[in-house]
Design a protein around this ligand. Structure first.
Ligand code: GLU
Length: 439
């Protein structure tokens, strides 16, 4: 197992020049997108250069090679990553992603977003993210298990209940988390359920965790609609992505009487002016090999049409870089609530703000998942488990408080909710760094 620690990409970049680099999709590099948001917020609050410099670089970046014996008997070697961006507010927290576009730039960005997200949600955590470059849809269950266990062995000294706590992200779920907790127990010779969150209920998972990110999207949507004066009863919404985040968000918004007129996944997008029967769509996906393709609850549209359709609320809950300078001008929604991490590029931020479109940013809108991860960790450590009602009530309270703080800062600093969310995070993390000391 080769383990290598890499230096941070462009960690010396300073204000103003962070929008210069592009990746091979033509988009700004993801970590640069983080830095440009950080710069904007730092300027507004005159954040000290020292704090800004500390946060421009991840604390630790680990790259491992993961040899896996495939079902055909041949060995394939996968790239595995774990980036710990910050531990200023507590042990680092963040998911593990299985996807083909996983690379050091992406994992660095996602890890930094976790630091800011945990700070916005006022959780006692720093931020981290991990990933394996692979297409999980092409791997058998046995291959996935061997790969996950090998990744856990490689990261056994990185993870720890008071050190770094992984969770699900794109392409992973409770099944992978169960393998991680089990492999970690094999290595340590004792069970430490709080070393990973998002586990199945029977082995220390929390009620409400699976739906939590979607629930947070629903709560922050309702809060934003309230302050923006959007009427819930006549509101329409489009949800991009029908995985764990999008499907629960659509279901919960539908339960709140918001008409869901468009949904999509990686295979198709569906539009129905009269409203989509979300429960039926979820059922369909479950019986159709996890895809929406062929669902007859509306007419098929393109992904581009979904993003620009005439709705009150747009929920991008799929992947990053979906709202860009190319399509931002065409967005008709009044409110965007980011279920995914990084669905909007920094260039698009400006266009949306000029158009008066409000954005509940990812580090606030999708913080419900890590909030209930925190509750899972607390339950694991106390050995006392809560009902779904208790978890949901605590979640809703925390998310409403987080929203109110961000909204307050957006008014106080006369800025977008995105910049206000970064301001909220930077103030908290900055204070923690000052108390801990710079020496
Ligand atoms: N992967 C999720 C996120 O991006 C959850 C992280 C966690 O629960 O630690 O927020």
């Amino acid at each position: 197992m080769a383990t290598q620690t890499k230096s941070s990409p462009k960690n010396t970049k300073k204000t103003g020049d962070s929008a210069s680099q592009e990746n091979n999709n033509g988009h700004q590099k993801m970590f640069d997108a983080v830095l440009s948001r950080l710069d904007t917020a730092a300027k507004k609050i005159n954040l000290s250069d020292d704090i800004s410099a500390i946060l421009r670089t991840a604390q630790k970046q680990v790259l491992v090679s993961i040899p896996v014996t495939m079902d055909n008997g041949k060995v394939e070697v996968f790239e595995g990553y774990r980036v710990v961006h910050s531990t200023c507010l507590g042990p680092s927290k963040g998911g593990i992603r299985y996807a083909m576009d996983v690379d050091l730039d992406e994992v660095n960005a996602l890890a930094a977003w976790m630091s800011f997200k945990c700070a916005v949600a006022n959780l006692p955590y720093g931020g981290a993210k991990g990933g394996i470059k692979c297409d999980p849809r092409k791997l058998s269950s046995g291959e996935l298990e061997r790969m996950t266990r090998a990744y856990t062995r490689a990261m056994a000294d990185v993870f720890g209940v008071d050190k770094d706590i992984p969770a699900p992200d794109m392409g992973t779920g409770k099944k992978e988390m169960a393998w991680i907790v089990n492999e970690y127990a094999n290595i340590k010779r004792f069970t430490e359920p709080g070393v990973v969150t998002g586990k199945p209920l029977t082995i220390g998972g929390s009620q409400g965790r699976e739906a939590a990110t979607g629930r947070g999207v629903m709560i922050t949507t309702l809060e934003a609609m309230k302050v923006l004066g959007l009427n819930k009863k006549s509101a329409t919404a489009a949800v991009q992505g029908f995985g764990n985040v999008g499907s629960h968000a659509a279901r919960l918004l539908h339960e709140q009487k918001i008409k869901i007129v468009a949904i999509s996944d990686h295979t198709t997008a569906i539009y129905n002016e009269k409203g989509i029967d979300v429960a039926k769509a979820i059922q369909y996906v479950q019986n159709n090999g996890n895809t929406l393709k062929g669902f007859n609850g509306g007419t098929e549209i393109s992904n581009a049409e979904l993003l620009t359709c005439d709705v009150d609320v747009l929920v991008p809950a799929a992947i990053q870089n979906q709202i860009t300078e190319q399509n931002a001008h065409d967005i008709k929604a009044k409110l965007i609530v980011e279920g995914a991490n990084g669905p909007t590029t920094a260039e698009a931020d400006e266009i949306l703000s000029e158009k008066g479109i409000h954005v509940v940013p990812d580090i606030l809108a999708n913080a419900g998942g890590v909030t209930v991860s925190y509750f899972e960790w607390v339950q694991n450590r106390t050995g006392h488990y809560w009902s779904e009602e208790e978890v949901n009530a605590k979640h809703d309270k925390n998310m409403i408080l987080a929203f109110e703080n961000v909204w307050f800062n957006s008014k106080q600093f006369k800025t977008t909710m995105r910049t206000a969310a970064y301001i909220t995070a930077l103030k908290r993390i900055g204070k923690a760094i000052e108390y801990r000391g710079k020496y």
